[in-house]
Design a protein around this ligand. Structure first.
Ligand code: GDP
Ligand code: IMO
Ligand code: MG
Length: 449
């Protein structure tokens, strides 16, 4: 069983990082296949908190090779900061990290473009991006002529490519900055030298990764695919235009990593026990009231990357049934269940009323989603603190009833339950989901260009 995927089924921040860290105990390789430094994944282990953005959450384990595939847009400064942070805290990164030479590089102009264009939907609404240059970098990738891949930084003709691109970018920025604002100058020599420095620093990590991953799965090594964001932020299948710029649902695993779907033998859909969203776009079950405050405070719902407060609401089974199907989830991990304690009742959205019509399918048009009034099923809440639970038998009956109802509505078993940020605060409901150590990885050969 070589390929396991961990996919967020909501709008991101479902605690994918925690789950990936746990599951890497029985995987040799962890591959991050899309997104970039817009992601913020938190792992808590032995009271220590780790915040990772680009580097897969498997890096905290010794026997795991972490791969950042060509589907990722890579900000080298961000990657270097993360490597430095890990090494300064005693985590070995050398020989454990491989960065794809196919990954597209985020440059300062992408971040500037993100800042200028973020709010400029024709409706006047804002997507509320993370401002990390993700959309503009993916746009250049698809457009090709202004794209720079990690491997390009090492080419002898890189200076002339860079000069051509920065000239076009200067003209583009001049034309797109709002009237009256100061034009942001791009200092070509400075940026070039900076990126040459980054390239040297990252040289030992950069190389081919697609064949490496194919060799791994074909030789039977267990590979874990780590998604960033959540399926409802998928560029093609999410709540467009309030989405990110990559395929963040299960459909992105193969295109981002180069590993065909036939090798993916297990897909775990990760869900919060309620809904959150950071940035713009509809959140049908949003609770702008005491329930929303309860969830935000108990769940400490502030963005890992931008520190923005996350919007909170009840669990939405219409949206997550769609994203579970879209992502091919075989089973579900329900995270942050502890946050729902001390509520008299808990609600699950099981349908929408859109312009007077009741629907149970997630709509494709954003206006329909904006007009969707949730139809709720009400379940009894529980008062007990769940954070000390380690087995299913430690959970109150109402909490078990709640997760089983989620499983029923999504037609998939809930196999993992999380009741706190720490590795230990996890309940495995079947033996299959319990991670067991796998043989040490003997092939951590270093990749060089
Ligand atoms: P990711 O982006 O999907 O990896 O999720 P984030 O790390 O951005 O957000 C999840 C947050 O919830 C982090 O602060 C985690 O430490 C925290 N967390 C994870 N699991 C649990 C849980 O079961 N209960 C609580 N209360 N917090 C959790
Ligand atoms: P993780 O991996 C939550 C959201 C942004 C914005 C939209 C587009 O930690 O779950 P972008 O910068 O990608 O162009 O922003 O997507 N967003 C996330 N929300 N978690 C994330 O990542 C996110 N990455 C992007 O808030 O609404
Ligand atoms: Mg996050």
């Amino acid at each position: 069983m070589p390929g396991t995927c961990v996919i967020g089924l909501q709008w991101g921040d479902e605690a994918k990082g925690k789950l990936v860290d746990i599951l890497t105990e029985n995987h040799n390789v962890v591959a991050r296949y899309q997104g970039g430094a817009n992601a913020g994944h938190t792992v808590v282990s032995d009271g220590e908190t780790w915040k990772l953005s680009l580097i897969p959450s498997g890096i905290l384990r010794d026997n795991v090779t972490c791969v950042v595939t060509g589907g990722v847009v890579l900000d080298p400064a961000s990657a270097i900061r993360e490597i430095d942070m890990l090494e300064s805290r005693g985590v070995r990164v050398t020989d454990k990290l491989r960065l794809s030479d196919r990954a597209h590089v985020v440059f300062p102009w992408h971040v500037i473009e993100d800042g200028i264009l973020n709010g400029s939907l024709s409706s006047g609404e804002s997507i509320g991006t993370t401002g990390r240059g993700i959309g503009p970098c993916y746009r250049d990738k698809v457009g090709r002529s202004l794209a720079i891949r990690l491997g390009d930084l090492y080419r002898s003709d890189f200076r002339s490519t860079f000069n051509h691109i920065i000239e076009v970018k200067r003209r583009f920025l001049e034309a797109s900055q709002p009237a009256g604002s100061n034009v942001i100058e791009l200092d070509g020599d400075k940026i070039f030298d900076q990126y040459q420095g980054y390239a040297e620093r990252l040289r030992d990590y950069v190389g081919e990764t697609t064949n490496y991953l194919l060799d791994s799965v074909e030789s039977g090594k267990p590979v874990l695919f780590e998604g960033a964001q959540g399926a409802l932020l998928d560029i093609d299948h999410g709540t467009f235009p309030f989405v990110t710029s990559s395929n963040s649902s299960g459909v992105g695993v193969s295109s981002g990593s180069g590993v065909p779907g036939r090798w993916i033998t297990r897909t775990i859909g990760v869900l919060k026990a309620y809904s959150t969203r950071v940035g713009g776009g509809p959140l049908p079950t949003e609770q702008d009231n005491n329930v929303g405050k309860h969830l935000q405070q108990r769940g400490n719902e502030f963005g890992t990357v931008t520190q923005r407060p996350r919007r909170c609401g009840w669990f939405d089974a219409v949206a997550t049934r769609y994203s579970a199907r879209l992502s091919g989830a075989d089973e579900l991990a329900v995270m942050l269940l502890d946050v729902l304690a001390e509520l008299d009742e808990v609600k699950i959205c099981t349908g929408y009323r859109i312009n007077g019509t009741v629907v149970d399918q997630f709509p494709s048009q954003i206006d329909d989603l904006k007009n969707a009034e949730p139809i709720y099923e009400i379940l009894p809440g529980w008062q007990e603190d769940l954070t000390g639970a380690r087995n299913e038998s430690d959970l109150p009956a109402n909490a078990i009833g709640y997760i089983d109802r989620i499983g029923e509505l999504l037609s998939r078993p809930v196999t993992i339950v999380s009741v706190g940020p720490d590795r230990e605060q996890t309940i495995f409901r079947t033996d299959r989901t319990k991670p067991a150590p796998c043989p040490p990885n003997t092939q951590q050969e270093r990749a060089t260009v």
